[in-house]
Design a protein around this ligand. Structure first.
Ligand code: AMP
Ligand code: MG
Length: 448
């Protein structure tokens, strides 16, 4: 399978070393504040959330029907229904006033508290309303509305506890419902709200300045002129920032001159927790980003053994008038390199700032259906498309490996292949090619 075998190129950091150094520079999650559950959507818990009440808070009916004593209807059948006298009614949100005594029933709505004395609910479908002389005044139906009948015939037995939702059956007061470091999902919002939690302690969302650099860049939609290209990375990175749960700040497009880049990075450092710059991080005469970082803060690492994305810069700048530092990321300008280095290095840092328990994307396993080539000495991240069944479900082989093909052109400028890709296949440093049939680690791309 392996063509040539070489270790990581000397002078370059491995992906793990780079990520470790970056995460070490994150001094902890951002401060926490209390937010209503729905306002906390997408944030991470700074403290566990506990149910403030048993849920349900009291025994209540799971059906529209009649609250009864199960023993009273133990012998009921289609041929020998049992007649019960109806002594009252209870709706959701009301407290039952009468108890259920032997031979009686109380009409009850779904969600209404169980009256004292009752131990089961007979669904309305198993009953027929009757008048004071035990004459049926309606048929079997699902209708439990209208005037309260004098009584009802019950056509089947029910078990003790039948159609009753027990107090605390879902949750007990004090139970941890959301753990520290977990993400507030829509279901978590409903759970917290339903468990009576009025506010969640969640970390503040990171503010992330995004700056594109390049004399060739034009605002998308503007005329390109003879030598312009549309700015893909500014908008693309801001979208990735949003998908990471952070708040993007547009720092515009810098010319390839040190003063402009420095001024814009400085504005980012003054207003944001993180600044991401795309382009201008190589060693060309117009690559001014390192200089800008050094003018404001310091460069902690650069050049990682990754393809695409080798000219990657990470640094920090002192936060003006505050504690800690602002993280500075310089990503290579080719849009695929930008996106890949964001996934590898920026997203985990944003998740760490956000207080997420897990900051690294879990890896899946895949089987290459096509050969792959890359430069030896660097870890390759190859854009791939998963094979799918007609239903759209991802296809896996007998060993659970996702079947993948290359997503079009693998050049680091090929945006169309990036957009088409489902995932990145991870190609080890040591090899320069893998044949079809090789197993690789797979990193799914964010699709939300
Ligand atoms: P650089 O990293 O500045 O040397 O740029 C590498 C390549 O990426 C060049 O072809 C640039 O034109 C291109 N590029 C840089 N920034 C962007 C951007 N924001 N949108 C699209 N392409 C870009
Ligand atoms: Mg450039």
């Amino acid at each position: 399978v392996v063509g040539v075998t070489v270790p990581t190129r000397p002078g370059l950091l491995t992906v793990e070393e780079a990520l470790e150094r970056i995460l070490a520079a994150v001094h902890g999650p951002l401060p926490a504040a209390l937010l209503a559950p729905e306002a906390a959507l997408g944030r991470y818990l700074a403290e566990p959330a506990r149910a403030t009440t048993d849920l349900p808070p009291w025994d209540n009916s799971a059906m529209d029907g009649y609250a009864v004593r199960a023993a009273d209807v133990a012998g009921a059948s289609e041929d020998r229904p049992v007649a019960l006298r109806i002594v009252g009614e209870v709706a959701a949100g009301f407290v039952p006033t009468e108890p259920v005594e032997a031979g009686t029933a109380i009409r009850i709505a779904t969600g209404a508290p169980m009256p004292p004395g009752a131990d089961a609910v007979v669904p309305v479908e198993l009953t027929v309303p009757i008048d004071a002389e035990n004459r049926p005044i309606g048929g079997r139906s699902r209708d439990a509305s209208g005037p309260l009948p004098a009584g009802c015939l019950v056509f089947d037995s029910v078990a003790v506890g039948g159609s009753v939702r027990e107090r605390g059956g879902d949750l007990r007061a004090g139970t941890v419902i959301l753990a520290t470091g977990s993400r507030v999902t829509p279901a978590a919002v409903a759970l917290a709200a339903g468990a009576g939690v009025g506010a969640l302690s969640v970390h503040r969302a990171a503010r992330v300045g995004v700056l594109a650099t390049g004399d060739e860049l034009r605002v998308p939609g503007d005329p390109l002129g003879p030598a312009g290209i549309p700015d893909a990375n500014g908008p693309g990175l801001r979208a990735l920032v949003v998908s990471s749960g952070a708040i993007p700040i547009d720092l515009g497009i810098a010319r390839d001159v040190l003063d402009d880049a420095t001024a814009r990075v400085r504005r980012g450092v003054e207003t944001a927790d993180v600044v991401i710059v795309s382009g201008g991080v190589s060693v060309g005469p117009y690559d001014v980003v390192r200089g800008a970082f050094e003018a404001i803060g310091r460069v902690d690492l650069w050049r990682v053994a990754v393809q695409p994305g080798k000219p990657f810069v990470f640094g920090t700048a002192p936060r003006p008038g505050g504690d800690g530092s602002v993280l500075l990321f310089g990503l290579p300008g080719n849009p695929v390199s930008t996106a890949v280095t964001f996934e590898l290095f920026v997203r985990p840092a944003l998740l760490r700032l956000a207080g997420a328990r897990e900051v690294e994307e879990p890896l899946d396993r895949a089987l290459l259906l096509e050969p792959v080539r890359k430069s030896p000495g660097r870890r390759g991240f190859v854009r791939v498309v998963a094979e799918r069944a007609e239903s759209g479900a991802v296809r896996r082989d007998g060993q659970g490996r996702v079947l993948v093909r290359l997503a079009g052109g693998q050049g680091s400028h090929v945006l169309s292949a990036l957009a088409a890709a489902d995932a990145l296949a991870v190609i080890p440093e040591a090899v320069d090619r893998l044949d079809a049939g090789a197993e690789v680690a797979l990193r799914w791309l964010e699709r939300r």
